[in-house]
Design a protein around this ligand. Structure first.
Ligand code: DAH
Length: 336
């Protein structure tokens, strides 16, 4: 009996050494049907005078095994804690990951500057649809069907009467139809033309339209507004010059140049030796256009202007190819 008890003690301690499931070991040796309990059951065969001694021995071994189990559990727990601490360790000296922060696209920057300048002059922002009626894009602007000026603004037709607007000028008509003078609006937006993409053309680009209608508006108001705009956009020293031109929806009409802000007018690469850079078209709103919108040209007059946002951005930022603005190449965009 004594040897059996000793065997149980040894095998229990041995098993514990490498045990992962301590609970199973506990059940195996100390449980109701465990090996030690089984031994106690066999006490009947032990001589009565030896029983107390054997009983004591079994109890001692039970205590030894229990203690060993508790120690092992504590050790495993400590191991586990240690493992966790190691795996979750945070090295506060590791440099942080840099999160790239984007910024406004150069076209959006330019549009925002334009908006800010004109809003600062008391203009509000009007918007119009990109899918437009022929009537608003051409007819109401004094460009009847078969008018030769339509050629320069060939666009994409959805039906004979519905097209992708080729200019922001239709917003003039929509605004004059919906509100009464005094009117002071700008209208930035996307426009379309059936032009193949090259360094200075794109089938989709952006314009800003401007329109002022009130009593007694003259060409000098137009000049004053554009002069202020040019100075804010290109620098205080900027001068403007009007060249006679023709647009069907304005009379008289002009194209406006700004003095080259790189060479100051002496002639350089940017202005192609001219000293001047063309930036927009403008004029006094044609009486026919006012009439189309039920505004009496004998009572009211107005001026309008329109410019390409790409063109302004390219001049201002020194961009030589328009396509760069649409390619979304990080290496290009991050320069602005
Ligand atoms: N819509 C013209 C274009 O796309 C630009 C323009 C010229 C707009 C004169 C105007 C204007 O409002 O008065 O070429």
């Amino acid at each position: 009996m004594k040897e059996q008890i000793e065997k149980v003690r040894l095998s229990a301690l041995e098993e514990l050494k490498n045990a992962v499931d301590i609970e199973a070991v506990k059940v195996k040796y100390l449980g109701k049907k465990g090996e030690l309990t089984q031994l106690l059951r066999g006490m009947g065969q032990v001589a009565p005078e030896e029983r107390p001694q054997i009983g004591q021995l079994v109890n001692d071994v039970r205590t030894v095994i229990e203690n060993a189990i508790n120690e092992k559990m504590t050790a495993l727990k400590a191991q586990e804690t240690e493992r966790k601490l190691r795996s979750e360790a945070l090295d506060v000296t590791v440099p942080g990951k840099k999160i790239p922060v984007g910024h406004r696209h150069p076209l959006a920057q330019t549009e925002k500057t334009l908006r800010d300048i004109f809003v600062g002059l008391g203009f509000t922002v009007a918007e119009g649809p990109e899918v437009e009626y022929d009537y608003y894009n051409f007819e109401a602007l004094n460009l009847p069907k078969n008018h030769p000026a339509r050629d320069t603004q060939d666009t994409f037709y959805i039906t004979d009467n519905i097209l992708l607007r080729s200019q922001t000028s239709p917003v003039q008509v929509r605004t004059m139809e919906q509100t009464r003078p005094p009117i002071r609006v700008i209208s930035p937006g996307r426009v379309y033309r059936a032009d193949p993409a090259d360094a200075s053309h794109s089938p989709i680009f952006h314009q800003v339209e401007g329109l002022v209608v009130d009593k007694g508006i003259t060409m000098s108001d137009l000049k004053g507004v554009l002069e202020l705009f040019a100075k804010r956009m290109f620098g205080e020293q900027t001068k403007i010059r009007f060249r006679p031109h023709h647009f069907p929806f304005t009379e008289p009409s002009a194209e406006v140049d700004v003095s080259c802000f790189v060479c100051g007018g002496k002639g350089c690469r940017l202005c192609k030796g001219e000293g001047w850079i063309e930036i927009l078209g403008c004029g006094m709103v044609h009486p026919f256009v006012l009439e189309n919108c039920n505004i009496d040209p004998r009572e009211y007059s107005g001026f309008a202007f329109g410019m390409g946002i790409e063109r302004i951005a390219m001049i201002r930022l020194g961009i030589s190819d328009m396509r760069l603005l649409y390619e979304n190449d990080e290496r290009f965009l991050s320069q602005f």
